[in-house]
Ligand binder design. Structure first.
Ligand code: ASP
Length: 168
């Protein structure tokens, strides 16, 4: 938002509210992004609530994964048919933008990522400027196929159009 602060986590495990972990990176570390075991350890070290793997399990998402696995398709294949299937099933991402009474903007995005993604893949949601961005005049939280958002730095690009081209 207006103060240019940002925090992100990727490949987090066992932390109940990942957006709080991202916020903790922003407010309680000298860094912008932490990933993997280090991100999870940091979140625990600042006292964030943990949750067992079952907490993150939903049958619907599990069935989606099994269905894609059975067809041996990957969401990262550039194949039109599967892209369509993804478009019909993008239920996992939560995004928010907020405007407070003093006119300050913020944005946050949390996701489990794409179904059947490769191990180690990081999507757009934690990449500041790709899936999430807020500045003094514009805030964006995106959902969709993250590789496209990262290549286009989409969230920042939208806000740049507001800032520099005066678009609404
Ligand atoms: N953007 C997310 C990702 O690519 C997925 C989603 O929005 O559903 O990881």
């Amino acid at each position: 938002g207006h103060d240019g602060q940002a925090g992100a986590v990727a490949q987090l495990r066992g932390i109940r509210n990942p957006v709080l972990a991202a916020r903790a990176v922003m407010e309680s570390s000298n860094h912008v992004m932490l990933a993997g075991d280090g991100a999870s350890a940091f979140a625990r070290s600042v006292g964030l609530e943990t949750a067992p793997p079952e907490y993150f399990h939903t049958d619907a998402r599990w069935q989606q994964l099994l269905a894609v696995r059975d067809t041996d398709a990957s969401v990262l294949d550039h194949d039109g048919a599967h892209k369509l299937a993804f478009a019909d099933k993008k239920f996992g991402t939560v995004g928010a933008v907020a405007l407070d009474r003093d006119g300050r903007l913020a944005a946050a995005t949390s996701t489990g990522g794409l179904t059947n993604k490769r191990w180690g893949r990081v999507g757009d949601s934690p990449v500041v400027g790709a899936g999430t961005w807020a500045d003094a005049h514009c805030a964006v939280s995106g959902t969709g196929w993250g590789e496209y958002y990262i290549r286009a730095v989409a969230a920042h690009d939208i806000c740049a159009r507001v800032k520099y081209a005066g678009e609404s």
